[in-house]
Design a binder for this molecule. Sequence first.
Ligand SMILES: Nc1ncnc2c1ncn2[C@@H]1O[C@H](COP(=O)(O)OP(=O)(O)OP(=O)(O)O)[C@@H](O)[C@H]1O
Length: 204
Amino acid sequence: MIKLKADNLEKRFGRKTVFTDLSFETGTLVLGIAGANGSGKSTLLKCLAALLKPTSGSVKWTLNDHDIKRTDLKNYLGFAAPYIQLYEELTVRENLEFIQNVRSLSQQKPLSDLLEPLGAKKLLDNHFGELSTGQQQRIKLAAAIIHNPDILLLDEPGSNLDEAGKNIITSLVAQFKNSNRMVVIASNQQYELDHCHEIIELKN
Ligand SMILES: Nc1ncnc2c1ncn2[C@@H]1O[C@H](COP(=O)(O)OP(=O)(O)OP(=O)(O)O)[C@@H](O)[C@H]1O
């Protein structure tokens, strides 16, 4: 079971304080981070993913009561967000093979099996840069779950997705929940937050 504990988190950029005194502890399977534009949702997600260091305070992830070390977190966590980019000049296949190699995935799932449920199998040989925003988003989701993570962080997962794409997010969230893995969704869209069992609301 995955648990997350944030203790007195503060993040400042220069003189701007994004959040301060933020503490929560949860083992919920679908956690929401809500708040208006600029309230710090993406900043908090990046702190949870150890992509940003908090100014003070700490983030602790545990799996079955064992701490996950900051340096190991990338093996347990997948992250899909508008600001996480893939190589535009490479095909989808080349991008995903690159990630498989960097992650030293020994048992490589065929890429078509990974893309099929995301409705993106036919895009394998397209250059990433020539895809639409919604198609790119599906490939970014594939890249986030390629190593079968225990934790999935999603920043505004439904933006740019059509109805079929939104249904894919719904089934992905259900798949994680049903296998006792955790999803964290940052959004200001109610229909995305409807998936969540617990919500952390950030204030401007
Ligand atoms: N690298 C950075 N340097 C300086 N300020 C930053 C940086 N990243 C974020 N900020 C500021 O931190 C605040 C929170 O930004 P953040 O992107 O986390 O908000 P958000 O809630 O995700 O917004 P949105 O709903 O618009 O995506 C904003 O005022 C933003 O300008």
